[in-house]
Ligand binder design. Structure first.
Ligand SMILES: [Zn+2]
Length: 703
């Protein structure tokens, strides 16, 4: 997942409750308002206290308003420099301060920060609307855009002008005053619903735990999973018991291995009914309201649906194209999942089970079939995937491809003791940026994994501003006396988020406004990295037994390769189901006619989702699309859309060599150019042609 923290985009959050009065420190004492004298100008985390955020964000907003007003009121005729570039450069302080807050709110929050978020998010949303709905400002932008053919701007500037103009139009600049008023109200409401959704989800995810008191209930669980449960119980003040939670490193191994079917049912049911209990944390009404408001906003702007509005800015362009890809994959994936289910049912029957496969049996029996068929035990892999080694593997790949080096910098300030800092240098030894990793779950961290920035790159006064990037994940902790040992999936996720980080680190975009790829291309740089993680030549470098240092045996790698497509039916189906659910919510022309549960059921019935498979995210906890910012709304398909491209791109490395320098240079060019050019044009320059869907179908065993 990729989180944008640009001032205007990530600011989309909000709601009604104000914070109780806090002692606002004088500006001179507020570290957020002082120059940062830390190495590389990273945030001075140790000095920043929650009470510093509101005054600093308010100061940043005030500064940006002043700058914007000056641009709009300028008596000089509009020029690229005094309007487009001036807009791009406005908001320096807010751009420095707000990412510190929004990253903390995502990865290290608490009741105090949540309350601050509810206070500042509406201010940030209003600022964004005030800029885009400012008639005098828009008139200047439009004058330039109308004259674009005669301005003779260099291509990158022409693109920034075009993107700026579009962002105003898409932000409501062409609406009538009455429409603008409604547009503002709708934005504010969507922002507030998203925050509430996220806070509710964090609450319900943390609000459940399975406490086991008897050894017998642990049957089937590998020693490391038992140890993790014992550690969690100790941490919760219940020594001698075992605690399992809805955090990924806890629930998924439990469902994979626990022999006790009733307990598996309890765990999965707790997970899939989060925010669906009809209490004050229920998200169903929020979901329906958000979808209805998005549909209304799209109509206001002249689009048929929210998906039409969003997709125009993506490679896919239209909902039809998205549905076409999802449908093309759905039929073979579903058939494959049904075959997998039949294999599991056969095993159940063979073992004398008199029951039908249910959702809470999938991971358990899938694991058993896998063991029988490939003699591969997922747990046997973990000792070779020590967290530090996997990260070292990702660094190794970046070094072999691009010559980058990563040096630990324990002297850099961090926002939590588990965060680690690295200086990143380019092949020529020059400073490229700072990379932070934050890998383990805690109650104040959102679920999932993402990459974000504290500072993104651009050119200021002729000099490149160097990026400060963070990867935030929820990986298995050290358990008992073992270090953190990752599952194969977690290792893939580490490489994935690291790919996003490389994208941010290598970008040479001169403008923040052209910093990023569209949503359905942004997963290409991340997903392509997952391929290197599993290449035998790369495994040989980093997949070493944490005790003996022995390289992962070739026989085990061979088993991994053979079993790679093994559960692709299930994985693809649960993912596609969620993607289709997302598209269905956002191709509504008005609010849903039925309640959220009925809508979801109808959506899943239409595609005949097998009854024993749950979509990867159900609506009440589909944070990607209904959470704060809702960045993946009508964009969850982006992962598989991007996968068409990243599989085709990786094919180039397969053909020329895993670390072929010419191919690596070509791919690096895509990352360097980022949003300064059309992604398909960049891709074609790299590959010499448009991407083919064949490598994806082959990889997933769908053909
Ligand atoms: Zn991602």
């Amino acid at each position: 997942m990729f989180m944008r923290t640009s001032v205007l985009i990530a600011a989309a959050l909000a709601a009604g409750i104000t914070v109780t009065a806090r002692q606002a420190p004088a500006p001179a004492e507020n570290p957020l308002l002082k120059p940062w004298t830390t190495p590389f100008g990273v945030p001075p985390f140790a000095e920043i206290k929650p009470e510093h955020f509101v005054p600093a964000i308010k100061a940043g907003i005030a500064e940006q308003r002043k700058e914007i007003d000056a641009i709009a009121a300028s008596a000089a005729p509009p020029s690229f420099a005094n309007t487009i570039e001036a807009l791009e450069n406005a908001g320096e302080l807010l751009g420095k301060v707000n990412p510190v807050f929004s990253n903390q709110q995502s990865s290290n929050t608490n009741a105090e920060l949540q309350a601050i978020n509810r206070e500042v998010a509406p201010m940030l949303a209003a600022l964004r609307d005030d800029i885009r709905l400012n008639p005098a400002l828009f008139a200047r932008v439009k004058t330039l855009w109308d004259a674009r053919a005669t301005l003779k701007l260099p291509p990158v500037q022409a693109r920034l002008l075009d993107e700026t103009y579009k962002s105003f139009v898409r932000g409501g600049a062409n609406l009538t005053p009455a429409q603008k008023e409604r547009f503002r109200a709708v934005n504010a409401e969507i922002t507030s619903l998203g925050i509430k959704f996220g806070d509710n989800l964090l609450r319900d995810t943390n609000g459940y735990r399975l406490v086991l008191e008897q050894q017998a209930d642990l049957k089937g669980l590998p020693p490391s999973v038992v140890a993790a449960g014992a550690d969690a119980a100790k941490a919760a003040g219940m020594p001698g018991k075992w605690v399992y939670t809805l955090q990924a490193p806890s629930i998924w191994p439990f469902l994979q291995y626990a022999d006790n079917r009733e307990l598996r049912k309890q765990m999965l049911t707790a997970y899939t009914t989060r925010n669906d209990h009809g209490d004050q944390y229920d998200n169903k009404a929020l979901v329906a309201q958000t979808a209805a408001l998005r549909a209304e906003r799209a109509r206001l702007l002249g689009y048929k649906t929210h998906a039409d509005y969003v997709l125009e800015e993506n490679m896919a362009k239209t909902p039809d194209k998205v549905y076409a890809l999802l449908t093309q994959l759905w039929t073979p994936a579903r058939a494959m999942a049904l075959r997998e289910a039949a294999d599991q049912q056969a095993l159940i029957t063979r073992d004398g089970g008199a029951f039908t496969l249910e959702a809470w049996d999938w991971r358990y029996y899938q694991e058993k079939v896998k063991k029988a068929r490939f003699d591969l035990d997922e747990q046997a892999l973990r000792p070779y995937f020590k967290l530090d080694n996997v990260r070292q593997g990702a660094f190794y790949v970046a070094n072999k491809l691009y010559g980058l080096t990563f040096t630990p910098r324990p002297d850099l300030p961090v926002y939590h003791p588990e965060v680690q800092a690295f200086e990143v240098k380019d092949a020529d030894g020059s400073h490229l940026g700072v990379y932070y990793s934050d890998y383990h779950p805690r109650p104040g961290k959102r679920v999932g994994a993402w990459s974000s920035t504290f500072r993104s790159t651009r050119v200021k006064d002729g000099t490149r501003v160097t990026p400060v990037v963070v990867n935030v994940c929820n990986f298995s902790r050290p358990a008992g006396d073992e270090p953190a040992l990752l599952s194969l999936e977690e290792a893939g996720t580490l490489f994935h988020e690291f790919g996003h980080a490389l994208n941010s680190l290598l970008s040479k975009s001169p403008y923040r406004g052209l910093g990023g790829f569209p949503r359905d291309f942004v997963e290409v740089p991340s997903q392509i990295m997952e391929n290197w993680a599993l290449e035998p030549d790369v495994l040989a470098v980093y997949a070493k037994h944490y005790k003996t240092g022995e390289v992962i045996p070739a026989a085990l790698v061979e088993k991994m390769k053979k079993s790679a497509q093994f559960d692709q039916g299930f994985v693809t189906v649960e993912y596609l189901a969620a993607s289709i659910l997302d598209m269905d919510w956002h191709t509504l022309t008005q609010g849903p006619a039925q309640d959220t549960t009925a809508f979801e059921q109808a959506s899943m019935a239409r595609i005949t989702l097998p009854p024993d498979i749950v979509p990867r995210y159900r609506s009440p906890y589909f944070n990607h699309i209904f959470g704060p910012g809702g960045g993946y709304a009508s964009g969850y398909y982006a992962y598989i859309w991007s996968e068409v491209l990243d599989q085709d791109a990786f094919q180039a490395f397969r053909e020329k060599g895993l670390f072929d320098q010419a191919t690596a240079r070509g791919f690096r060019t895509i990352l360097e150019k980022g949003g300064t050019d059309d992604p398909m044009a960049l891709y074609k320059a790299f590959r010499g042609r448009e991407p083919s869907v064949e490598p994806l179908l082959k990889k997933r065993g769908l053909k």
